[in-house]
Design a protein around this ligand. Structure first.
Ligand code: ACO
Length: 372
């Protein structure tokens, strides 16, 4: 059976930084409250020209470049997001076009902040089944668009960004070693996003904000501290490992106190826990792949390391995965050079432009046909 090895990873965060002091000028809050209650010091907000899809495409390109892979060879794209640019087309289809992955199947997956680990599990199993040889798994979010900037209990928590893995089949053991996915829809009303459409009463949280993120912070806090440790333990057990085998714990970055509570349940010292919430706040489905990319950049994640990723979020959902961080590509596996990656990138842009022009020409021909 093939295993789904991580061949490349990438991240993108917008340049625009909003500090706690910046927020204190908008709502009644302060740096000290936000830091002590959440661990957040600043977050990044998408610029005017940036969307979930454009950020996801940048992270995906970085992952492909690291894997030395041609976008045209990508077979599957799964984007975990609750903030696609539109209800449809999916963010994954927009990203497919932006990166020129013209031969890939593409769909979005919605599981709140657990979305990336859900998507990683689905893609890995698709590869293990032999149905696909490779997959791009992306977590990308623009939560700043869903936040009520007058609600201090939520607007201080969230940020924007994207992260991506490129997975590829390999006969050697590795990749996803075990996972645990879960959901409890009865808690859906504790954390909701805007209504889609108007004029009907939704089944979940009819009293909740119709336009913005609504969250019962204390209840979500209790839920998160209850499920994170349990989910991680189950995934570790399924991998046939024990907590002593874990080199690094990469939790969803929602609240430093929740992360510390989970580490305590797992009896993991904080040196084995990766935290970057102070820089980005809660970027939902993007938080785990962004954290992985930074942990690798900083040398905290090393080739062959066993890592546990755990998320929780809207749904309510939770998800944990035990993954072996990749060894460098074996000799002879090198597929391309930086110059060829540059070429792939340019070709992808050209192909995408040609397709778009083709659709535009079709539209014009249709108009001429109708008018004549
Ligand atoms: N600045 C200053 N004061 C504030 C702020 C703020 N930004 N926000 C709330 N307060 C006040 C409240 O009004 C309250 O005042 P009161 O006691 O006079 O009524 C006080 O601070 C305490 O409020 P709590 O809500 O009890 O604060 P708590 O310690 O629970 O922290 C927090 C709130 C940070 C939201 C916490 O509950 C939390 O992190 N919950 C989990 C959130 C989470 O992880 N969400 C994941 C989302 S995942 C996804 O899928 C999107």
């Amino acid at each position: 059976m093939p295993h789904a090895h991580i061949r490349g990873w990438g991240k993108y965060v917008p340049a625009n930084v909003m500090t706690n002091d910046d927020l204190a000028r908008i709502v009644d809050t302060n740096d000290e409250w936000i830091r002590t209650r959440t661990g957040i010091a600043e977050r990044r907000l998408a610029g005017k020209e940036e969307t979930t899809a454009t950020m996801g495409a940048k992270a995906a390109r970085e992952a492909l470049t690291r894997a030395q892979a041609d976008p045209a060879d990508v077979e599957l794209i799964i984007v975990a997001t609750v903030t696609p640019d539109r209800v449809f087309p999916s963010a994954s289809c927009v990203i497919q076009d932006l990166i020129g992955a013209t031969n890939a199947a593409a769909f979005d997956l919605s599981a709140g902040c657990s979305g990336f680990v859900y998507a990683l599990s689905v893609a890995s199993k698709m590869i293990e089944s032999g149905a696909y040889r490779n997959a791009l798994v992306i977590g990308a979010e623009t939560l700043s668009h869903l936040v009520n900037w007058e609600d201090r209990s939520t607007c201080v928590l969230f940020g924007d960004g994207a992260g991506a893995f490129f997975l590829e089949a390999d006969e050697r053991p590795g990749g996803l070693l075990g996972f645990e996915l879960g959901a409890d829809g009865s808690g859906g009303a504790l954390l909701t996003g805007p209504l889609v459409g108007r004029g009907y009463v939704p089944a979940v949280g009819p009293e909740n904000s119709p336009d913005y993120i609504y969250m019962n912070g204390r209840a979500v806090y209790r839920f998160a501290t209850r499920v994170m440790g349990v989910a991680a333990k189950k995934a570790i057990e399924r991998a046939g490992l024990t907590i002593e085998d874990i080199d690094l714990f990469i939790p969803h970055q929602a609240n430093l106190r929740i992360i510390e509570a989970a580490a305590k349940q797992l009896q993991l010292p904080m040196e084995k826990v990766y935290v970057n919430i102070h820089r980005y706040g809660n970027t939902s489905a993007a938080s785990i792949p962004v954290a992985c990319a930074e942990a690798a950049e900083e040398g905290r994640l090393k080739p062959g390391d066993t890592v546990v990723m755990v998320g929780f979020g809207a749904g309510l959902t939770w998800a944990a995965a035990v993954v072996q961080w990749p060894e460098p590509l074996p000799n002879g596996h090198k597929r391309t050079t930086t110059a060829r990656s540059w070429f792939y990138d340019k070709r992808a842009r050209f192909v995408s432009m040609r397709h778009r022009l083709g659709h535009r020409v079709d539209e014009l021909l249709e108009t001429v046909r109708r008018d004549s």
